[in-house]
Design a protein around this ligand. Sequence first.
Ligand code: ADP
Ligand code: MG
Length: 204
Amino acid sequence: MKNSHPKYERTLVLIKPDGIQRSLIGEVIGRYERVGLKLVGIKMIVPTRELIEKHYTLDPEWRVKTGVKTIKGYTDKGLTPPETDPLKITEKILRNLVNYMTKGPVVAMVWQGAHSVEIVRKLTGGTEPLASAQPGTIRGDFTIDSYRMSDQDGRAVRNIVHASGSVKEAADEIAHWFKKEELFNYRLAVDQMLYDVDLDGILE
Ligand code: ADP
Ligand code: MG
């Protein structure tokens, strides 16, 4: 998108297999829709292993960041992490993630609107439903998973949705999941209230 106004910012959301199985498609879409974000692309896919592995490694820093975050998740609770090397932790997480995300259909979406990356992350909640996902967020309201339980059981944390973590990550992920012609530029009625400078035409 050429225009640099914040209203054109886009982000990628995936409703993960557990979100689909929990019948939360409508609920998830409703939460992003009701703040005024605009759905500009949507499709259902059963992802291949390659699609998911590439998705999580588009950001070369993801392995280290996710390993460090997981270790912090343990130490903040006074628990000992299963590994001290962040990369060894992420190696396992990535393997488990590929298994999790390829087990059934996912819904891939692109949401557009002012500060959409940050707004969607806020509505989605932190990665770990037990601790970092606050009540009121999707991950805080609809599930109860933890690093401790998922690591013990050798699987990925099931947290209903994926949402891009930064504007750069969003651009890379959107290009990874969608072709240009699968995304739509259009005006929504609500755009007038959110973005138009003059609220002309309300009074009759
Ligand atoms: P987010 O999805 O919040 O951006 P990350 O990018 O760090 O989080 O991790 C991607 C996904 O990997 C998470 O949403 C979760 O499903 C899974 N995951 C992350 N850390 C762990 C962990 N320690 N154990 C199991 N699964 C994890
Ligand atoms: Mg992430």
